[in-house]
Design a protein around this ligand. Structure first.
Ligand code: ASP
Length: 333
């Protein structure tokens, strides 16, 4: 802003004395270009993992039509939730140790409003139910039966779950893993979540996060993804962050809130994500397979990502970019 105002005063100050109408027109054109460059970073949408590329397309269809970041992050999440080839989000996601696919989601907007659902089964779009929790109820989170009753009251259809592919895979898996109460194995293949951050053309930031959670988790387990402050956090004065990976480790450091607070204290998005990852590393003696990653967006449209291990990536879409970038990381698998 400062540079732009300075430039404007400089041009107009000079114009009174020496510039012709033609010069003035040229000067105005320069000013318009300058403002376009400054706004080049918005709108913007960022998503976790490679499935974020498709999610970003959904979000972008809202942002490019001057829609709100809230609508954009919901639409992006819905793309992944409906992708039946996706095994970590939506009803085609991975089941728990009893064969149930239980879904968690949350959403947060630039006003600091939020809604979440946890442990719901058979709904195509948990993210929409989370938004309804935010908009229609005095609560921040509904889980299990209560969330499902609420969803049905709103007219959301309950689908058959698990779908046949998931059922088939589960049957194979349970034969080899008959113990129901064991510490589930952690590795990067049984994790993934879609987390989305978007800033619209008005500079408003919103975020969403939706997942089937840790594959073969114990029944009743909630991860970080539906928990505001852990899986997602937005403060429009600063920016937003979203997490993926081993939810228990993310919850224990209030991950996404930590990232946003680090940005508030002056860190860049990548430095802030790195600080959160470092806390996870310091607090977990055994890091075998413990993958966690964060992405962050600040209010100026700068973004960054950091993960414990390599292999995490961030999908970016803005007016002049559509790409998948490898996150910075602490160590190699
Ligand atoms: N964070 C999710 C959870 O712990 C899973 C993931 O992102 O891989 O449920």
């Amino acid at each position: 802003m400062k540079r732009r105002s300075f430039f404007k005063v400089g041009v107009l100050g000079g114009a009174a004395a020496v510039l012709t109408p033609k010069d003035l027109f040229a000067a105005q054109t320069t000013l318009i270009k300058d403002s376009e460059i400054k706004n080049a970073s918005k709108p913007i949408v960022l998503s976790t993992w490679s499935h974020g590329l498709e999610a970003n397309k959904g979000a972008w269809s809202v942002l490019e039509n001057k829609g709100s970041s809230l609508d954009a992050v919901m639409k992006g999440a819905m793309v992944t939730e409906s992708d039946r080839s996706n095994r970590s989000v939506g009803i085609s996601g991975m089941p728990d140790r009893t064969g149930h696919v239980t879904l968690d989601a949350c959403i947060m907007d630039s006003e600091g409003r939020s809604g979440a659902v946890g442990f719901v089964e058979g709904f195509e779009h948990p993210i929409q139910i989370a938004r309804e929790v935010m908009e229609q109820t005095p609560h921040a989170m509904l889980v299990g039966k209560g969330a499902e009753i609420f969803a049905k009251q709103l007219g959301f259809k309950k689908l058959k779950s698990p779908i046949s592919e998931v059922k088939k895979e589960y049957k194979e898996w349970i034969k080899k893993n008959p113990e129901l109460v064991v510490k589930p194995i952690i590795n990067h293949e049984n994790h993934d979540t879609i987390g989305i951050l978007a800033m619209d053309s008005e500079g408003k930031i919103s975020g969403s996060c939706t997942t089937s959670g840790w594959a073969y988790k114990m029944p009743g387990r909630l991860g970080d993804s539906p928990i505001i402050g852990a899986g997602l956090f937005i403060d429009n004065e600063v920016g937003g962050a979203v997490a993926t990976g081993l939810g228990e480790a993310i919850i224990r450091i209030a991950g996404s809130h930590t990232v946003v607070e680090c940005m508030r204290n002056g860190m860049s998005p990548e430095e802030a994500c790195k600080e959160a990852v470092n806390r996870i590393i310091r607090k977990n003696k055994d890091l075998t397979g413990l993958q966690c990653g964060f992405i962050a967006l600040d209010k100026d449209g700068n973004y960054g990502a950091y993960s414990v291990y390599n292999g995490f990536n961030i999908a970016v879409k803005s007016i002049d970019k559509e790409e998948l970038i490898d996150s910075a990381y602490d160590r190699k698998w």
